[in-house]
Ligand binder design. Structure first.
Ligand SMILES: C[S@@+](CC[C@H](N)C(=O)[O-])C[C@H]1O[C@@H](n2cnc3c(N)ncnc32)[C@H](O)[C@@H]1O
Length: 254
């Protein structure tokens, strides 16, 4: 199993299966099922408020996945989101579920002119990227001067992890500070993901129903098994507090 195949199973194939399952179950499942890896709605709302998201503003979501967080920001805060995501089937899944503009692009090479967006966020993406400096400097480049940038980063809380999902490179807290500094980004506020309320029951029920349909349809498929293993690994690292989610709102320093 190569690193890129494991990532494709987790982020591309699963995205397509998620969209298929949501289409069977109904549109009220779309946002919860499309917010995989981005924490609770309370955490997303906190970040959206810190970034000052509101009607009339544009928001780039870099590494948007299935598109749930961007959709939540659009529905609850009125922003116009644009999604960028390197996995083709994830782009197709978000287009099917939410019909928002989406481009196939890596966060390290965004196909947008400088200062194209009022704000940008990238949720649960930094640790899946080798060129972490590149991802952050691109976010800074495409956001207007003094525009807000939001991150959800999973940090390594110990010097060495016993194991980690394929393709993940969790920075330490000090490494994140150095990355932000090199990108010319100043932290405005930071919060621990663990401190936010869990998702409400109806949200979790929707996620569980989608998961059940996917397992019934694809549980025999090795790609489903790989995706499960990847998700269980990160889940157990978080549960054991070896990896901790942190939300960051930042602005360019100049
Ligand atoms: C844990 S998921 C989070 C998805 C989404 N942001 C969310 O919170 O629901 C990580 C996402 O990062 C994407 N990704 C992987 N490498 C990337 C890169 N180089 N640039 C941008 N996104 C990338 C994956 O395809 C996946 O959709």
């Amino acid at each position: 199993m190569t690193e890129s195949q494991a990532m494709a199973d987790e982020f591309d194939t699963m995205a397509k299966w998620t969209a298929d399952a949501v289409e069977s179950l109904g549109p009220d499942h779309a946002v919860p099922a499309g917010c995989r890896g981005s924490g609770s709605p309370a955490a997303l709302e906190w970040l959206a408020e810190r970034l000052g998201l509101r009607s009339g503003l544009t928001l780039l979501d870099s590494g948007a996945g299935v598109g749930g967080p961007a959709e939540l920001a659009a529905r609850q805060f009125g922003v116009a989101p644009v999604l960028a995501e390197p996995m083709v089937d994830a782009c197709r899944a978000s287009a099917r579920l939410f019909s928002r503009p989406v481009v196939i692009a890596s966060g390290e090479r965004l196909p947008f002119a400088a200062h194209s967006f009022d704000a940008a966020w990238s949720l649960g993406v930094l640790c899946t990227v080798e060129d972490q400096d590149g991802l952050l400097s691109e976010l800074r480049r495409v956001v207007r001067p003094r525009g807000a940038i939001g991150l959800l980063v999973f940090l390594r809380a110990v010097p060495r992890l016993p194991t980690q999902p394929e393709g993940n490179h969790f920075p330490s807290s000090d490494e994140l500070a150095a990355l932000l500094d090199r990108a010319g980004l100043a932290v405005c506020e930071q919060a621990a993901l663990a401190d936010f309320a869990a998702a409400p029951e109806e949200w979790q029920t929707a996620v569980n129903r989608v998961d059940t349909v996917i397992e019934q349809r694809h549980g025999h498929d090795p790609r489903w098994q790989t995706a499960q293993e990847q998700q269980q690994l990160i889940g157990s690292l978080i549960k054991d507090e070896l990896v901790q989610g942190t939300l960051v709102s930042a602005v360019a320093t100049s």
